[in-house]
Design a protein around this ligand. Structure first.
Ligand SMILES: Nc1nc2c(ncn2[C@@H]2O[C@H](COP(=O)(O)OP(=O)(O)OP(=O)(O)O)[C@@H](O)[C@H]2O)c(=O)[nH]1
Ligand SMILES: [Mg+2]
Length: 609
C-alpha cells in the first residue's frame, strides 16, 4: 500500500493557503513544466476567482518522496467555517498558515482550536515573509501564545516552524527570509513527519461522508474518507442515515457504481479505496453529509457528523416586475425550483422549502455572503428572480423564542473605534473587549444577534473608509432581543413608468438619496431612492422640463446631480424592508415595492391596521 498523508491547510482569510497549494503542486512536479497553471488553481469557481476568496473546501493530491499526500484547501472566511470543520474530519494533521505581517487573526484562533479539539498535530507556516512590513519573529511569539491558550495537552505545544514565500515557492526551517534559490522541500519534509492515517484495511468497511459535490453526468457525489476496511466499486453497502423521529438508525442498501480518488487537481476512477484514503462516490442520490457507508452484514456506523443548521433565510420568487423577461433566459418557477434542487445536490449548507405560493421558494443558508454567492451565480447563468429581505431563523428553547448570536472582532485604526461602538449599540450588540492591536490600531470584541448584524459589515467598512478588518461567527442562540432599527429613511417610489430625467432628479435629490441616473428606465412601484424622512414618498422621476422657451443646449441645463447610490446585491438586500423586494436579472438589480400600485399599498396598509 502506498504510504500516505492527509493534511488540511487552515488559516485566516487571505493568509495564502490556496497560493501555497499552487506552489506545492508545482514543486512536486504535479504539473509538467510546460503546463500553464493559473494562479490559485484550486479556486476554480468563477466567484472564488473574482472575490479572491476560497468558498468551498477542495482536495488535491501530490506525491513527494514516494508518499501520496492529499491536501485539503479550506476557506478562511467565517461564513464558510463549516467547510473547515468538516475538512478536519478527514485529515490527520494541519498546516496552519499565518501572515508574517498580520499575525494570528480571529479565524486563525477558530481553526486552531478546532484542530486541537480533534487532536491534530500542526506545522506552523509563517507566510509572506517577503512583505515589507513582515515581523515574523514577533508573529511567531503571538502564535506561540495562541497555542498556549488553546492547547489541550503538552504535546500540542511543540510544532515545527517554517517561513515561506508561498507565491514564489520558497521555504526555510525556522524564522527568516528563504534564500532566492530555496524550494518548498523543508515544508514538504515536515509534512512527512505528520502522522500516517490511523486505519485498518482489514477491518469492517466504515467510510464517512464529509462533503457533497455534484456532477452533470453522475449526479450527487459523496466525498469523504475510508476509516477502515476497503470501499469497492460494484459492492453493495449499507448507508447509515440521519436518525428521524420514528427511526433511530435508518439505513439504505445501495450499490457503489462509480468510485474515484484525488489525483493532482483532478479525480481518477478506481476500483477500490483503502482505509486512510479519501474517496468520491456516485450512484447514491440520497447520500448526505454525516452518513457512514458500511458493511451490510455487520453495519457499524461512525459517530454522526453534525452539519450546522442554516441561520438566515430569504425567499426566491418568480420575477413579477413589469420588466420581467427582458434580460434573463430562465424565468419560471419551474426553472427556479430545478436550479435550487441542483444547488442542494452539492451544497451542504443551503436548504430549500416550499411556501404557500408555488411561485416562491424559501432558501436558507449560513450567512449573507453565502446566499449572495448563490444569487449571483444564478443571475450569471441567466436567471431572473425577486428576493425578499433576509431574516434569521429562530428556534424554540425551553418554550422561548431564540435567535442566532454571533461574536466577532473589528480591527480598526484608533480614531475609528467610535464608529464601531456606535454601529453596535442600536443593533443590540455588546462590546466585550477593547484592546490595543498593531501600532495605531484597536481590536474591538463584541457579541450581537445575527439579525442586528445584517448590514453591519458594509456600514463599518464604509464609515472607516475601508480600513476595518471585520470578523464574525455564530456562537449560539440568545433569547429574542425584540425590535431592531432598520434603515433611517423610507423608500422614494416612482409613481409611473418612463425614463428618468435629470430635471426630475434635480428636485428629488433635495429630499433624499437617489438610486437611479438620468436615462434609466423605471416602472410604477420601483424604488428610486431613499427619502430622508421615515415615510414613503411617491414621486415622479420622469418629469420633463416644460418647454416654455427654446434653449440652445439640449440637456437639462446646468443640473448638478450628486452621483447615485449604486446598490450591490448585498447592500440592496440589507436595505429593503419586508414590503419590498430586490429584482435580480442578469444585467440589473432593482429595488421595488411588493405591491407596485399606490392604491394596493394603501389598502394593504389599512388592512394591516
Ligand atoms: N507578498 C506575498 N503575498 C502572498 C504570498 N502568498 C500569498 N500571497 C498573496 O495573498 C493573497 C491571498 O492569497 P490566497 O492564496 O488566496 O489566500 P487564502 O488563504 O487561500 O484565502 P482564503 O481562501 O480566502 O481564505 C493573494 O493576493 C496572494 O498573491 C507570499 O508569500 N507573499
Ligand atoms: Mg483560498
Amino acid at each position: 500500500m502506498t504510504p500516505r498523508r492527509n493534511i488540511a491547510l487552515v488559516a485566516h482569510v487571505d493568509h495564502g493557503k490556496t497560493t501555497l497549494v499552487d506552489s506545492l503542486l508545482r514543486s512536486t512536479g504535479t504539473f509538467a513544466a510546460h503546463q500553464q497553471l493559473v494562479d490559485r488553481v484550486m479556486d476554480s469557481d468563477d466567484q472564488e476567482r473574482e472575490r479572491g476568496i476560497t468558498i468551498l473546501a477542495k482536495a488535491a493530491q501530490i506525491t513527494y518522496k514516494g508518499v501520496s499526500i492529499n491536501l485539503v484547501d479550506t476557506p478562511g472566511h467565517a461564513d464558510f467555517g463549516g467547510e473547515v470543520e468538516r475538512a478536519l474530519h478527514i485529515v490527520d494533521g494541519i498546516v496552519l498558515l499565518v501572515d508574517a505581517a498580520e499575525g494570528p487573526l480571529p479565524q486563525t484562533r477558530y481553526v486552531l482550536s478546532k484542530a486541537m479539539d480533534a487532536d491534530l498535530p500542526a506545522i506552523v507556516v509563517l507566510n509572506k515573509v517577503d512583505r515589507q512590513d513582515a515581523r515574523a519573529a514577533e508573529v511567531l511569539g503571538e502564535v506561540e501564545q495562541l497555542f498556549l491558550d488553546l492547547a489541550r495537552n503538552d504535546e500540542q505545544l511543540s510544532f515545527p516552524v517554517v517561513s515561506t514565500v508561498a507565491r514564489e515557492g520558497r521555504a526555510m526551517v525556522g524564522v527568516g527570509l528563504p534564500a532566492a534559490g530555496a524550494s518548498l522541500e523543508p515544508l514538504l519534509d515536515f509534512m512527512l513527519t505528520l502522522p500516517e492515517p490511523k486505519c485498518d484495511s482489514d477491518g469492517i468497511l466504515r467510510a464517512l461522508v464529509t462533503n457533497l459535490d455534484a456532477s452533470d453526468y453522475l449526479g450527487r457525489l459523496g466525498i469523504g474518507r475510508v476509516y477502515s476496511g476497503v470501499l469497492r466499486k460494484g459492492d453493495s453497502v449499507a448507508v447509515c442515515q440521519r436518525p428521524t423521529h420514528d427511526n433511530s438508525a435508518p439505513m439504505l442498501r445501495r450499490r457503489i457504481t462509480a468510485l474515484q480518488v484525488f489525483r493532482g487537481i483532478g479525480r481518477v476512477d478506481v476500483d477500490s479505496v483503502e482505509a486512510g484514503d479519501l474517496f468520491v462516490v456516485s450512484g447514491i442520490p440520497e447520500i448526505e453529509v454525516g452518513d457512514t457507508l458500511t458493511s451490510l452484514d455487520a453495519p457499524s456506523p461512525l459517530p454522526r457528523l453534525i452539519v450546522d443548521d442554516p441561520v438566515i433565510r430569504v425567499s426566491f420568487g418568480v420575477n413579477t416586475s413589469p420588466m420581467a423577461g427582458r434580460e434573463g433566459k430562465y424565468l419560471t418557477s419551474r426553472h427556479l425550483r430545478d436550479r435550487l434542487e441542483r444547488e442542494i445536490l452539492g451544497n451542504v449548507s443551503i436548504r430549500i422549502a416550499a411556501t404557500d405560493s408555488p411561485e416562491v421558494i424559501e432558501v436558507s443558508g449560513r450567512g449573507e455572503l453565502q446566499l449572495a454567492v448563490l444569487i449571483e451565480n444564478m443571475r450569471r447563468e441567466g436567471y431572473e428572480l425577486q428576493v425578499s429581505r433576509p431574516e434569521v431563523v429562530t428556534k424554540e428553547i425551553d418554550g422561548h423564542r431564540h435567535e442566532p448570536l454571533e461574536e466577532g472582532s473589528v480591527d480598526v485604526p484608533d480614531e475609528h473605534v467610535g464608529v464601531v461602538t456606535q454601529a453596535l449599540a442600536p443593533r443590540k450588540g455588546r462590546v466585550t473587549d477593547i484592546r490595543p492591536g498593531d501600532v495605531g490600531r484597536t481590536l474591538v470584541g463584541f457579541e450581537a444577534p445575527s439579525r442586528g448584524l445584517i448590514g453591519f459589515r458594509s456600514q463599518v467598512i464604509t464609515e472607516t473608509r475601508g480600513t476595518a478588518l471585520i470578523h464574525m461567527r455564530l456562537v449560539g442562540w440568545t433569547p429574542w432581543v425584540g425590535g431592531l432599527p432598520h434603515r433611517s429613511g423610507a423608500a422614494m417610489v416612482s409613481d409611473r413608468a418612463g425614463k428618468v430625467t435629470a430635471y426630475a432628479l434635480d428636485n428629488l435629490q433635495l429630499r433624499g438619496t437617489l438610486f437611479v441616473s438620468p436615462g434609466e428606465e423605471v416602472y410604477e412601484g420601483m424604488v428610486v431612492g431613499e427619502n430622508s424622512r421615515s415615510d414613503e414618498m411617491v414621486v415622479n422621476a420622469v418629469r420633463a422640463k416644460e418647454k416654455t422657451n427654446i434653449r440652445t443646449h439640449s440637456h437639462d441645463d446646468g443640473v448638478k446631480l450628486a452621483s447615485p447610490v449604486i446598490h450591490t446585491l448585498e447592500s440592496a438586500l440589507e436595505w429593503i424592508a419586508d414590503d419590498e423586494l430586490v429584482e435580480v436579472t442578469p444585467a440589473s438589480l432593482r429595488i421595488r415595492k411588493r405591491l407596485l400600485g399606490l392604491e394596493d399599498r394603501r389598502r394593504a396598509f389599512k388592512q394591516a391596521q
